[in-house]
Design a protein around this ligand. Structure first.
Ligand code: WTA
Length: 651
């Protein structure tokens, strides 16, 4: 990156600062208060949520390994679905809650708050009628249709805990998630539709349910009408279920610390972790960050292009916007179908004011040139956002100048499944922007950097290191479902008393934060989080594979690509079809998101004398930076490395 690109600053326009809910002075004042008198700050901020029984105690947190607990607003009760729906009915019953844009550009629907209320109540009653009770886990494996949001909210309404699994995951991956949270109920659709291609969701569920062996009921929405197998003792038609159910379902009072949802995400080791979020703190965080980060004003049309299968869809398609009475756009399709101008066409069609998407989508659309963008007016846009991975300044500038015509600020929001919502992010009326920087922490968030020796780096002046957060915030995850010990070990053991994010970061001379990417064995491929360990265990599950090691490498479009080193059984030399076979295998085991980009067959992997694979070396070779491999003196067989370099795939 050139020095000038790094130093570019885009100040807040005076008109925007004046119109914004929060300008620079107010931001500074609120931030100071949030750290100096946190209980007072959060007591006030939590009033944005309707409490059934108001809380008296704000927070009770210990990040001490031996007594780790995180509780916010713990004696209050509330219901998330009532906060997202019922409380808006007096003023906004006929306002659009959800605008749904189908995969086919001629298909869309608008759901008002009154309609949302009826849909959610009917499904909530339907869930009860098939046996779902408070505390039960319900797996949601759905395409991007409004029923996905109804399903989440219906669970929340009756106190069931939803676990949404991205529709791009394989039957095996789905089964693993069903088993892990002992989910006896699944809500799905016959097929999904993306870029006119059908996705066999029900067939995948049938396989997953057979593997899991614990599912009592599968509720199926009819989306395409495609043929499905039907087990009348287990399968339930969504349409008949809701038709038979009452349109009135009183929301269940939930304790602030009752679970709202589980969402599986990849870590650096082992199987995916069931990140557990509870009700009160998460709702305060979702609502607060949605309002402040997007400077949301009533009546605006807000569009987050994520899938509800990821945390971004949870917080910024469903819970945040609906808690604020906003109109949230849900898009079933893909940005490149039927043409590369789909996003801009949708922006004009629905007069979208805020667009929130991922750098990988921006890079892909940038490749198509300015033409598809300029075909559409985009005059309704006033704010742009990005999330999921670092955005390179080239893509930032294109987003800013071409998509936003130089008049829309970009909020580059850094956060994680674990954090519930944005932690480091600009506020559009308050924060001058630097392309590629997530800028400054939001209220209550205290980031810091740790050095290689595990010491905290001084809190002022430019520095780089591992990113930690020093105090709890209400939207923080509470535990890993069923494995509290793993929660403690994963996040609070590297740096005792601090939350370790797994990311590296740099802080510049203005105190701005630049996220540099994961420092652990987690990959970020097109903004999707994947554990190298998961891909490795999928590979070694193949009968021909003796050993595998997976690392990331820089990829122009995806941010990171998946590079696999594979040793075949019995020292067999690989043939061309082995590559295809293994790619197919991983897709089948985990899902298309995990498809390897490059596979290098190797007679052996570089190991220490104690048998540990030296990933540092594998990473360097995958990055095509083998000139400086660092210390290789601990290798058991240094000759292995020459072969790896000679046959490297990324040149
Ligand atoms: C990365 C997605 C740079 C980061 C909300 C983090 C980012 C991981 C940004 C979490 C950003 C997310 N700039 N990197 N604005 N946002 N990341 O759990 O590495 O799917 O740890 O949550 O994505 O991914 P997750």
């Amino acid at each position: 990156m050139s020095q000038s690109a790094q130093n570019a600053i885009y100040p807040v326009a005076a008109e925007r600062a004046a119109a914004a809910g929060i300008d620079a002075d107010r931001r500074a004042d609120m931030y100071r208060r949030s750290l100096d008198t946190p209980d007072e700050f959060w007591r006030e901020e939590a009033q944005r949520i309707d409490w059934i029984v108001p809380f008296t105690e704000v927070s009770d947190v210990s990040w001490n390994k031996d007594d780790l607990h995180i509780r916010w607003f713990a004696d209050g009760t509330l219901n998330a679905s009532a906060n997202c729906i019922d409380r808006h009915l007096p003023a906004r019953a006929d306002d659009p809650a959800i605008i749904w844009e189908g995969d086919d550009p001629t298909v869309d629907a608008t759901i008002t708050y009154a309609q949302l209320h009826e849909k959610v109540c009917r499904l909530a009653n339907g869930l009860k009628s098939v046996g779902v009770k408070k505390g039960d886990r319900v797996t949601i494996y759905m395409p991007m249709v409004p029923e996905a949001a109804y399903a989440m909210l219906a669970c929340a309404r009756i106190g069931a805990v939803h676990s949404v699994v991205f529709g791009g995951f394989s039957p095996d991956a789905l089964a693993g998630r069903i088993i892990d949270c002992e989910s006896r109920f699944v809500i799905t659709a016959d097929e999904g539709l993306r870029g006119s291609r059908p996705i066999p969701l029900k067939a995948n569920v049938d396989k997953a349910v057979a593997t899991a062996g614990i599912v009592d009921k599968v509720i199926m929405v009819k989306r395409t009408g495609g043929a499905v197998d039907w087990d009348a003792s287990r399968d339930v038609a969504y349409e008949a279920l809701v038709q038979a159910a009452s349109p009135d379902c009183p929301p269940e009072p939930m304790n602030a610390e009752d679970p709202l949802f589980i969402l599986y995400t990849s870590g650096s080791t082992g199987k995916p972790k069931g990140v557990l979020h509870t009700t009160g703190g998460y709702m305060v965080w979702a609502s607060m960050t949605h309002e402040y980060v997007f400077d949301y004003k009533p009546g605006e049309i807000y569009w987050c292009t994520a899938d509800v299968g990821w945390v971004t869809g949870h917080t910024y398609i469903v819970y945040g916007p609906l808690a604020n009475g906003a109109t949230t756009l849900m898009f079933e399709g893909v940005p490149t179908w039927p043409g590369p101008d789909r996003l801009w066409q949708v922006v004009d069609k629905h007069q979208v004011n805020t667009l929130y998407t991922a750098p990988t989508a921006i890079r892909a659309l940038m490749r198509e040139g300015d033409g598809p963008v300029k075909k559409h007016s985009r005059s309704s846009l006033r704010l742009l956002g990005t999330v999921g991975e670092p955005i390179n300044p080239e893509a930032w500038n294109w987003y800013y100048n071409v998509v936003g015509d130089g008049r829309c600020p970009i909020v580059d929001t850094w956060w994680q499944t674990e954090t519930g919502g944005a932690l480091i992010t600009p506020l559009p009326g308050a924060t001058a922007l630097k392309p590629g920087s997530a800028t400054l922490p939001i209220f209550g968030v205290e980031p810091a950097l740790m050095d290689a020796e595990g010491q905290r780096i001084a809190d002022s002046g430019p520095a780089s290191g591992n990113l930690v957060i020093c105090r709890s915030w209400p939207g923080q995850m509470r535990t890993i479902y069923g494995d509290h010990q793993r929660f403690i070990e994963t996040y609070f053991s590297t740096y005792p008393g601090l939350y370790f994010t797994g990311d590296g970061a740099r802080r510049d001379e203005d105190g701005y934060w630049w996220i540099t990417g994961r420092v652990d064995d987690v990959l970020n491929v097109s903004g999707h989080r994947l554990g190298t360990a998961e891909i490795e265990s999928a590979l070694v599950a193949h009968k021909d594979v003796a050993e595998a090691a997976v690392v990331g490498y820089p990829h122009d479009l995806k941010g990171q690509g998946i590079y696999c080193y594979v040793t075949l059984m019995g020292g067999r030399v690989a043939a061309d079809e082995d590559v295809d076979q293994l790619r197919k295998w991983v897709r089948q085991e985990i899902g298309p998101v995990a498809t390897p980009d490059l596979i290098q067959f190797a007679p052996a992997l570089p190991k220490t004398r104690s048998g540990k694979i030296m990933r540092r070396i594998l990473r360097k070779i995958a990055e095509n930076e083998f000139g400086n491999l660092g210390d290789t003196s601990t290798l058991a067989d240094p000759g292995v490395v020459d072969d790896l370099i000679e046959n490297r795939k990324n040149r």
